[in-house]
Ligand binder design. Structure first.
Ligand SMILES: NC(=O)c1ccc[n+]([C@@H]2O[C@H](COP(=O)([O-])OP(=O)(O)OC[C@H]3O[C@@H](n4cnc5c(N)ncnc54)[C@H](OP(=O)(O)O)[C@@H]3O)[C@@H](O)[C@H]2O)c1
Length: 322
């Protein structure tokens, strides 16, 4: 099969299109003939081993796996001996984080428990956009934010892969949603349902005096004290991403700030599971959530897709088509 391979850490220049063996599914895995994959910030973090900590997880001197890509959609080609929920020919999408990644290829294996069916009418591109970004957004809004009807929710980084899902999912939970983005993306964020849109290049929402019940930060650095100022007394700040400082603040200082009383502050790491994939694809199938797809690249242009994502200004998701 054709695959985009990396043998060493580095820039997207180290990626090579090569012929490699089609992987064999383990007993609890399905082999997917991939139609579409999507790109996440995690792909370039792993490619560059940035932050350095990545090396302790996937190889100190060189990567111990060779094909990036966590989100895949396609057709089941074969199934492992213990797989019961899928058959050859089923249309599926999956999170490959527990099966060695590998979505930037014509075939990849996925754990059955991180695989879900694609309902009729949903495209492979839309399904491939869901696993990492959609699940992160859903879990941050529902589990960490505990968003309920009538709450005021602010999404920082509303125009990116995670943010475009978060705005729409928070609306599904009945929240009044404010999206933060730059000037050129305000129309998009309004179109996907935000009730209010703030241009971060013109206004600092942390100084407006308005207080929110939940703030989800997928991007956009502010010190924790600034985010705290914009929260109601029993508010919640949940960080899902951003620059290193944003992550360190939430993970290291968040628990201490939360102990002071008042708003709770912390981070959310995606917890991949097929139940959430099924919930989100159902929202997509019923038209309640619409994945925002910015660009499509062919497999051979995966390095360009990674360069684009690394710039940090994608408008929704970037798709690799086989
Ligand atoms: N916790 C987890 O498990 C998990 C899962 C997925 C992703 N993440 C992390 O979450 C972060 C976001 O992921 P993503 O897929 O949404 O990234 P993305 O698609 O690359 O985000 C790009 C978007 O961020 C916006 N942005 C950039 N700087 C901003 C700022 N200062 N304020 C507000 N918006 C800003 C950009 O808008 P402009 O061009 O207008 O600036 C662009 O639309 C990444 O750091 C990623 O590593 C974490």
């Amino acid at each position: 099969m054709k695959a985009i391979v990396f043998d060493r850490y580095g820039s997207p220049d180290v990626l090579e299109l090569r012929e490699v063996e089609i992987p064999a599914p383990k007993e609890d895995e399905v082999l997917i003939k991939i139609s579409s994959a999507s790109v996440n910030a995690a792909d370039w973090h792993l490619l560059r081993a940035d932050p350095f900590l990545v090396r302790f997880m996937v190889g100190l001197f060189k990567p111990n796996f060779h094909i990036l890509g966590c989100d895949a959609a396609g057709v089941v080609e074969s199934v492992g001996a213990k797989v019961t929920r899928f058959q050859i020919g089923d249309r599926v999408f999956a999170d490959l984080s527990l099966s060695g990644w590998g979505a930037f290829a014509e075939y990849a294996c996925a754990k059955e428990r991180l695989t879900a069916s694609i309902p009729a009418g949903v495209s492979f591109d839309d399904a491939a956009s869901i696993p990492v970004s959609g699940a992160t957004a859903l879990q941050a809004i529902r589990d960490s934010g505990k968003v309920r009807h009538g709450m005021s929710v602010l999404i920082n980084g509303a125009s990116g892969g995670v943010g475009t899902f978060a705005v729409q999912i928070a609306k599904q939970f009945g929240a009044e949603v404010t999206g933060i983005c730059s000037t050129s993306k305000m129309d998009l964020v309004r179109t996907i349902g935000a009730d209010h849109v703030i241009d971060y290049t013109k206004e600092d929402f942390t100084r407006s005096g308005k207080r929110y019940d939940v703030i989800m930060a997928a991007n956009g650095y502010h010190p924790l004290s600034a985010y705290r100022r914009a929260l109601s007394l029993d508010g919640v700040y949940v960080m899902t991403g951003g620059k290193t400082q944003q992550m360190t603040d939430a993970m290291m200082k968040g628990p201490f700030v939360s102990m002071m009383g008042g708003p709770k502050m912390g981070n959310h790491m995606a917890n991949p599971n097929h139940t959430d994939l099924e919930l989100i694809i159902e929202m997509v199938a019923s038209g309640r959530v619409k994945p925002v797809i910015d660009r499509r690249y062919s497999l051979s242009k995966t390095s360009d897709a990674l360069r684009y994502i690394e710039e940090g200004h994608a408008q929704g998701k970037v798709i690799i088509t086989m």
